[in-house]
Design a binder for this molecule. Structure first.
Ligand SMILES: C[S@@+](CC[C@H](N)C(=O)[O-])C[C@H]1O[C@@H](n2cnc3c(N)ncnc32)[C@H](O)[C@@H]1O
Length: 194
Protein backbone atom coordinates (compact mmCIF):
# COMPACT_ATOMS: atom_id res chain seq x y z
CA UNK A 1 0.00 0.00 0.00
CA UNK A 2 1.27 3.46 -0.86
CA UNK A 3 1.71 6.04 1.83
CA UNK A 4 -1.10 8.43 0.95
CA UNK A 5 0.48 11.37 2.74
CA UNK A 6 0.89 15.06 2.00
CA UNK A 7 3.81 14.41 -0.37
CA UNK A 8 1.74 11.92 -2.36
CA UNK A 9 -1.06 14.45 -2.91
CA UNK A 10 1.28 17.42 -3.45
CA UNK A 11 3.00 15.40 -6.13
CA UNK A 12 -0.32 14.59 -7.86
CA UNK A 13 -1.04 18.31 -8.20
CA UNK A 14 2.56 19.16 -9.18
CA UNK A 15 2.49 16.49 -11.92
CA UNK A 16 -1.04 17.42 -12.95
CA UNK A 17 -2.17 13.81 -12.57
CA UNK A 18 -5.55 14.77 -11.16
CA UNK A 19 -7.84 12.49 -13.12
CA UNK A 20 -10.58 12.81 -10.48
CA UNK A 21 -11.00 16.52 -11.19
CA UNK A 22 -13.95 16.89 -13.57
CA UNK A 23 -13.53 20.66 -13.82
CA UNK A 24 -17.04 21.62 -12.71
CA UNK A 25 -19.55 20.87 -9.96
CA UNK A 26 -20.84 17.31 -10.49
CA UNK A 27 -24.55 16.95 -11.29
CA UNK A 28 -25.50 15.10 -8.08
CA UNK A 29 -23.83 17.72 -5.89
CA UNK A 30 -25.24 20.59 -7.97
CA UNK A 31 -28.78 19.26 -7.68
CA UNK A 32 -28.36 18.63 -3.97
CA UNK A 33 -26.97 22.15 -3.43
CA UNK A 34 -29.77 23.66 -5.51
CA UNK A 35 -32.39 22.51 -3.01
CA UNK A 36 -30.53 23.82 0.07
CA UNK A 37 -32.40 26.74 1.59
CA UNK A 38 -30.21 28.22 4.33
CA UNK A 39 -27.41 30.29 2.79
CA UNK A 40 -25.88 30.78 6.24
CA UNK A 41 -25.37 27.07 6.90
CA UNK A 42 -21.89 26.23 8.12
CA UNK A 43 -20.59 23.92 5.40
CA UNK A 44 -17.35 21.94 5.19
CA UNK A 45 -15.83 20.53 2.01
CA UNK A 46 -13.08 18.10 3.08
CA UNK A 47 -10.40 16.98 0.64
CA UNK A 48 -11.87 19.59 -1.66
CA UNK A 49 -9.11 19.62 -4.25
CA UNK A 50 -9.88 22.36 -6.74
CA UNK A 51 -13.27 22.71 -5.10
CA UNK A 52 -15.67 23.24 -7.99
CA UNK A 53 -18.60 22.70 -5.61
CA UNK A 54 -17.08 25.35 -3.31
CA UNK A 55 -17.09 27.84 -6.18
CA UNK A 56 -20.67 26.86 -7.01
CA UNK A 57 -21.82 27.32 -3.40
CA UNK A 58 -19.97 30.62 -3.01
CA UNK A 59 -21.36 32.07 -6.23
CA UNK A 60 -24.85 31.02 -5.16
CA UNK A 61 -24.45 33.15 -2.04
CA UNK A 62 -23.55 30.61 0.65
CA UNK A 63 -21.61 32.65 3.18
CA UNK A 64 -20.06 30.20 5.61
CA UNK A 65 -18.09 27.59 3.67
CA UNK A 66 -14.90 25.98 4.95
CA UNK A 67 -12.50 24.11 2.71
CA UNK A 68 -9.77 21.77 3.85
CA UNK A 69 -7.10 19.98 1.88
CA UNK A 70 -3.74 18.45 2.76
CA UNK A 71 -2.28 19.76 -0.51
CA UNK A 72 -1.61 23.48 -0.88
CA UNK A 73 -1.84 23.92 -4.62
CA UNK A 74 -5.57 23.28 -5.05
CA UNK A 75 -6.31 25.75 -2.25
CA UNK A 76 -4.21 28.35 -4.08
CA UNK A 77 -6.01 27.50 -7.32
CA UNK A 78 -9.35 28.05 -5.61
CA UNK A 79 -8.23 31.38 -4.19
CA UNK A 80 -7.04 32.47 -7.64
CA UNK A 81 -10.46 31.60 -9.09
CA UNK A 82 -12.39 33.26 -6.24
CA UNK A 83 -10.18 36.05 -4.82
CA UNK A 84 -12.94 37.16 -2.41
CA UNK A 85 -13.09 33.75 -0.71
CA UNK A 86 -11.99 34.31 2.92
CA UNK A 87 -8.41 33.12 3.56
CA UNK A 88 -9.26 31.83 7.03
CA UNK A 89 -11.83 29.44 5.53
CA UNK A 90 -9.19 27.85 3.29
CA UNK A 91 -7.51 25.35 5.57
CA UNK A 92 -4.28 23.65 4.61
CA UNK A 93 -4.27 20.74 7.04
CA UNK A 94 -4.81 17.04 7.48
CA UNK A 95 -8.56 16.50 7.84
CA UNK A 96 -8.00 14.36 10.95
CA UNK A 97 -6.37 17.35 12.68
CA UNK A 98 -9.25 19.77 12.07
CA UNK A 99 -10.60 21.26 15.27
CA UNK A 100 -13.23 23.68 13.92
CA UNK A 101 -16.60 21.97 14.41
CA UNK A 102 -20.35 22.46 14.63
CA UNK A 103 -20.89 22.15 10.90
CA UNK A 104 -24.44 21.94 9.62
CA UNK A 105 -23.40 20.12 6.48
CA UNK A 106 -20.31 18.31 5.23
CA UNK A 107 -20.17 17.50 1.53
CA UNK A 108 -18.30 14.39 0.40
CA UNK A 109 -17.00 13.72 -3.09
CA UNK A 110 -13.98 11.51 -3.81
CA UNK A 111 -12.37 12.25 -0.45
CA UNK A 112 -13.43 9.10 1.41
CA UNK A 113 -12.24 6.94 -1.51
CA UNK A 114 -8.88 8.74 -1.51
CA UNK A 115 -8.05 7.69 2.04
CA UNK A 116 -6.41 4.43 3.01
CA UNK A 117 -9.31 2.04 3.74
CA UNK A 118 -7.90 1.42 7.23
CA UNK A 119 -9.06 4.98 8.04
CA UNK A 120 -12.75 4.41 7.27
CA UNK A 121 -13.85 3.97 10.85
CA UNK A 122 -11.79 7.03 11.90
CA UNK A 123 -13.36 9.03 9.07
CA UNK A 124 -16.89 8.22 10.26
CA UNK A 125 -16.01 9.07 13.86
CA UNK A 126 -14.28 12.33 12.87
CA UNK A 127 -17.22 13.39 10.70
CA UNK A 128 -19.56 12.74 13.60
CA UNK A 129 -17.39 14.95 15.83
CA UNK A 130 -17.23 17.78 13.27
CA UNK A 131 -20.99 18.03 12.81
CA UNK A 132 -23.26 20.02 15.08
CA UNK A 133 -26.54 18.60 16.41
CA UNK A 134 -28.67 17.31 13.50
CA UNK A 135 -25.79 18.03 11.13
CA UNK A 136 -25.60 16.09 7.88
CA UNK A 137 -22.85 14.35 5.99
CA UNK A 138 -23.99 14.09 2.36
CA UNK A 139 -22.61 13.42 -1.06
CA UNK A 140 -21.25 10.56 -3.08
CA UNK A 141 -19.50 7.28 -2.37
CA UNK A 142 -18.17 4.90 -4.98
CA UNK A 143 -19.96 1.64 -5.58
CA UNK A 144 -17.42 -0.86 -6.85
CA UNK A 145 -15.48 -3.60 -5.10
CA UNK A 146 -12.83 -2.62 -2.61
CA UNK A 147 -9.45 -4.04 -3.66
CA UNK A 148 -5.80 -3.22 -3.00
CA UNK A 149 -5.83 -1.00 -6.08
CA UNK A 150 -6.42 2.61 -5.35
CA UNK A 151 -7.01 5.35 -4.77
CA UNK A 152 -9.82 5.48 -5.55
CA UNK A 153 -10.81 2.68 -3.18
CA UNK A 154 -14.25 1.20 -3.65
CA UNK A 155 -16.89 -0.08 -1.31
CA UNK A 156 -20.47 -1.28 -1.15
CA UNK A 157 -23.79 -0.31 0.39
CA UNK A 158 -23.34 -3.09 2.94
CA UNK A 159 -19.90 -1.87 3.99
CA UNK A 160 -20.93 1.78 4.17
CA UNK A 161 -24.05 0.89 6.13
CA UNK A 162 -22.05 -1.07 8.65
CA UNK A 163 -19.50 1.74 9.17
CA UNK A 164 -21.79 4.76 9.17
CA UNK A 165 -24.83 3.37 10.98
CA UNK A 166 -22.72 3.29 14.16
CA UNK A 167 -22.61 7.10 14.11
CA UNK A 168 -25.44 8.32 11.90
CA UNK A 169 -29.03 7.77 10.88
CA UNK A 170 -28.83 6.67 7.27
CA UNK A 171 -31.48 8.78 5.54
CA UNK A 172 -30.45 7.99 1.97
CA UNK A 173 -27.89 5.56 0.55
CA UNK A 174 -28.79 4.57 -2.97
CA UNK A 175 -27.48 4.55 -6.54
CA UNK A 176 -27.16 8.12 -7.81
CA UNK A 177 -29.60 8.66 -10.69
CA UNK A 178 -27.84 11.78 -11.95
CA UNK A 179 -24.15 10.81 -12.00
CA UNK A 180 -21.87 12.27 -14.63
CA UNK A 181 -21.41 9.81 -17.48
CA UNK A 182 -18.01 8.33 -16.49
CA UNK A 183 -19.33 7.59 -12.97
CA UNK A 184 -22.76 6.30 -14.00
CA UNK A 185 -23.74 3.10 -12.07
CA UNK A 186 -20.61 3.45 -9.96
CA UNK A 187 -21.70 5.90 -7.30
CA UNK A 188 -24.13 6.11 -4.44
CA UNK A 189 -25.78 9.28 -3.25
CA UNK A 190 -26.15 9.47 0.51
CA UNK A 191 -27.43 11.61 3.36
CA UNK A 192 -26.29 10.59 6.84
CA UNK A 193 -27.73 12.55 9.75
CA UNK A 194 -26.12 12.96 13.15
C1 LIG B 1 -9.27 12.33 -5.20
S1 LIG B 1 -8.99 13.96 -4.67
C2 LIG B 1 -10.63 14.65 -4.72
C3 LIG B 1 -10.68 16.15 -4.79
C4 LIG B 1 -12.09 16.74 -4.87
N1 LIG B 1 -12.94 16.28 -3.79
C5 LIG B 1 -12.74 16.44 -6.19
O1 LIG B 1 -13.77 15.75 -6.21
O2 LIG B 1 -12.23 16.91 -7.21
C6 LIG B 1 -8.68 13.75 -2.94
C7 LIG B 1 -8.31 15.05 -2.25
O3 LIG B 1 -8.19 14.81 -0.86
C8 LIG B 1 -7.03 15.45 -0.38
N2 LIG B 1 -6.60 14.70 0.81
C9 LIG B 1 -6.13 13.43 0.87
N3 LIG B 1 -5.90 13.07 2.14
C10 LIG B 1 -6.24 14.14 2.91
C11 LIG B 1 -6.27 14.37 4.32
N4 LIG B 1 -5.87 13.43 5.19
N5 LIG B 1 -6.70 15.56 4.77
C12 LIG B 1 -7.12 16.52 3.89
N6 LIG B 1 -7.12 16.36 2.55
C13 LIG B 1 -6.70 15.17 2.06
C14 LIG B 1 -6.05 15.39 -1.55
O4 LIG B 1 -5.05 16.35 -1.47
C15 LIG B 1 -6.99 15.61 -2.73
O5 LIG B 1 -7.14 16.97 -3.03
Amino acid sequence: MRNLNKEYWDDKYAQNTTGWDIGYVSTPLKEYIDQLKDKNSKILIPGAGNGHEVEYLFKKGFTNIYVIDIALQPLQNLKARIPSFPDNHLIHMDFFDLTISDFDLILEQTFFCALDPSLREAYAMKMHGLLGPNGKLSGLLFDFPLTEDGPPFGGSVAEYRSIFSQYFTIKVLEPAYNSIKPRKDNELFFIFEK
